[in-house]
Structure formats: structure tokens, C-alpha cells
Design a protein around this ligand. Structure first.
Ligand code: PXP
Length: 252
């Protein structure tokens, strides 16, 4: 079996985190986005959080105006964000759960419990021609719920797998990879486009890239962190190489 190409979406939120630590305009997340594209990113992701702790409205507008690759607008399913997304009109919107007190997105959307709330949001964004993805846990029942909600895309939460990699816990790594594989296979089988992301780094990306149904990875924190040492260009290129190495393992 030849797996479809695997796209890399680079999340530039934490360039804005550094900028906001001092105020002012440096470092510029849009400049980082353009650099990432030159280095091989297929798309750019930015999360406009309710509290604007990193990306701000003006960043989203500039990204939309200045980028030549698809922009993925990560957002909570609130009326404020839906209104902004329909005005900015990104290529894609990834719906995520959001809590003010969390340091980062902590898990997938509860789409089984939150059906009623999400359905009109998905419909409205799709009606605007925006590709909607749901950031979800890698579970079979969740894939079925996404399909029922008529979401074209799911992004599988890889955070738990990445934590297992960080802990060096082989049994948990195998368990979490199996969950990702089963969800990807089932989701693709019922017509969903499968993405994955959260926490991925050079030491964890290859086995995820080897899951043939996954067609896009969204990666931010590890790339921006690595950029401090080797530059963003090289960090993105190294990630691309690791993804391609993982993908090359797909044989059957
Ligand atoms: N995908 C989603 C839905 C996310 O919320 C995030 C974090 O903003 C990412 C991918 C990227 O995660 P990380 O920054 O850990 O690579």
C-alpha cells in the first residue's frame, strides 16, 4: 500500500508567546510562518484563544492576508470565534476545547456529550466553505460521533501518546499507538479525513507518521523550542525528514 502524502502544519502560537512576554512586535509570528513555509511547512496553524494569551486578532488577519499556504484557525466553538472565523475566512477551522486555566489544550473535544452545541457551529463554518476539523480523542465511538456531526475532518489528540514517549513507558507507548491506529483506520473507513497533533516532537513523530490514514500533522511547541537552538528553518526541515522516515515505514 502506498500511503497518501503527509502534510505538515506548523503551529506558530509560541512565537507570539515570546513576543507577548515583552510586549511590542518581536518576534513576529507572521515572519515565523513565512519562514516555516519556506522550510517545507504545507500549512500554518494558529490558535486564537479567548484570553488572547498568544495569537491576537491582528495576527490572524495578517496570516490570512500574507500566507500563500492554507491557514488553519484553531478555535473554541464560541459565538465570538465563529463570527471571527467567518470574517477572516481561513482555509480550515479546528475546533478545540478551551479552558482559561489550562496551560495548553488538555484533551479532545467531548463530542459525544456536546453534540447539540457543536452541530450548528460545524454547519455554519462548513456553510462558509471553511474545512472543519474536530480535535478529538482517538476512540472508535468518537469517530462515529464526528461522522454523525458531519465533520469532514478529525484531528486525533496525540498528547497522551507523547507523554508516554516522554516517560519512556514502552507498554503505554504501544497502547496509545494502538488507540491512534485503530481510530485512524476506523475514522478513514467511515469517510473522515484524519489529522493528528499535540505534543509531537522528533522523538515521537515517526510512529505517528507511519499510520497510513493520517494525512496531516500539526506541530508547534517542539518546533519553536528547537528553533531556539538550531533556527526555525532547520527545525522544520528536521521534522519533515523525520516525518518522511516514519512514512517510509508504511508497507502494508
Ligand atoms: N493540534 C491542536 C488541536 C492543538 O491544540 C495544538 C496545540 O495548540 C497542536 C496541534 C500543536 O501542539 P504542540 O504545540 O504541542 O505541537
Amino acid at each position: 500500500m502506498t500511503a497518501p502524502p503527509l502534510r505538515l502544519g506548523v503551529n506558530i502560537d509560541h512565537v507570539a508567546t515570546v513576543r507577548n512576554a515583552r510586549g511590542g512586535i518581536h518576534p513576529d509570528p507572521v515572519r515565523a510562518a513565512n519562514l516555516a513555509v519556506l522550510a517545507g511547512a504545507d500549512g500554518i496553524t494558529a490558535h486564537l484563544r479567548e484570553d488572547r494569551r498568544h495569537i491576537r486578532d491582528a495576527d490572524m488577519w495578517r496570516l490570512k492576508q500574507e500566507l500563500f499556504v492554507p491557514l488553519n484557525f484553531e478555535m473554541a466553538a464560541t459565538s465570538e470565534m465563529v463570527a471571527l472565523a467567518t470574517r477572516i475566512h481561513p482555509h480550515a477551522a479546528c475546533l478545540v476545547p478551551e479552558k482559561r486555566e489550562e496551560r495548553t489544550t488538555e484533551g479532545g473535544l467531548d463530542i459525544i456529550g456536546a453534540h447539540a452545541h457543536l452541530r450548528p457551529v460545524i454547519q455554519e463554518l462548513k456553510g462558509e466553505g471553511i474545512r472543519v476539523s474536530l480535535f478529538v480523542e482517538p476512540e472508535i465511538a468518537v469517530m462515529d460521533a464526528a461522522c454523525d456531526l458531519r465533520a469532514p475532518v478529525v484531528e486525533l489528540h496525540t498528547g497522551t501518546y507523547c507523554e508516554a514517549v516522554a516517560d519512556g513507558d514502552e507498554a503505554r507507548i504501544a497502547h496509545e499507538l494502538e488507540r491512534l491506529k485503530r481510530a485512524a483506520e476506523h475514522g478513514a473507513g467511515i469517510g473522515l479525513e484524519i489529522h493528528a497533533g499535540h505534543g509531537l516532537a522528533l522523538d515521537s513523530v515517526r510512529p505517528v507518521a507511519a499510520i497510513p490514514q493520517i494525512v496531516e500533522l500539526n506541530i508547534g511547541h517542539s518546533l519553536i523550542g528547537e528553533a531556539i537552538f538550531i533556527g526555525l528553518d532547520e527545525a522544520v526541515r528536521a521534522m519533515r525528514v523525520a516525518m518522511d522516515q516514519g512514512r517510509a515505514q508504511v508497507t502494508a
